[in-house]
Design a protein around this ligand. Sequence first.
Ligand code: IPE
Ligand code: IPE
Ligand code: MG
Length: 250
Amino acid sequence: MSKDLDKPARAESGNIPEHIAIIMDGNGRWAKQRLLPRFAGHTKGVNAVNKVVEACCNRGVRYLTLFAFSSENWRRPPEEVSLLMKLFRKVLVLEINNMCQNNIRLKIIGDLSKFDTELKQLIQNAEEKTAANTGLTLTICANYGGRWDIVNACNELIRDGLDQDSITEEMLSSKLSMAYAPPPDMLIRTGGEARISNFLLWQMAYSEFFFTDTYWPDFDGKSLDEAIASFQKRERRFGRTSEQLLESSE
Ligand code: IPE
Ligand code: IPE
Ligand code: MG
């Protein structure tokens, strides 16, 4: 590890990403490596979520967005899908007090219409209970797909009765399911794959990507610090030149 990476991310507290999005991947392979059923990896993955949420609170991250279940994950064996739904229900019930104690506002985004009534009710309760919290905004993406989000936003604009050629980028952004948050400054994907898998397609136009081989159940506060340290070494130019950035900071 380089000297720079060794430096705790907290050292540069002024440049903590405001919004971190994570594709939590590698649960199945984590379990397989230990000759355990895939589900053991998902259960262990919940511990990693707790660790990373705590780390984000401590480091002053404002928004943490976690990809928990994609619109494509229904293609998995039915037993795995049903166990994942059960785990989701359990987390919603067990973690809600913890979230309130830590001033966390919980949001769940995705096509929730596909969930059963009980789960929809739990989601609504969890959001309502934490709605007034002012600390970290934790968004869980469940039955989420970036394409679904964009199509949904377009349909809402049409429903509003907009004229042809009148749609702007700002208007479309305002109809996305995460319109309450700025776009992610950084995307982390664990588990060794280097793809987006239909996550926040629109909002990732200028996110900094950080891919790590670490399987999600092994990801913790230290891993997060490494990602943040990498983010802090990058120059975000948004189309401009380095010289222009230097000039504007003088
Ligand atoms: C991510 O881990 C969790 C979900 C997609 C629900 P995986 O289950 O995809 O783990 P791998 O990729 O098979 O190791
Ligand atoms: C992406 O992981 C979705 C989540 C982490 C919820 P997958 O494991 O489903 O992604 P692919 O299928 O390998 O691209
Ligand atoms: Mg996977």
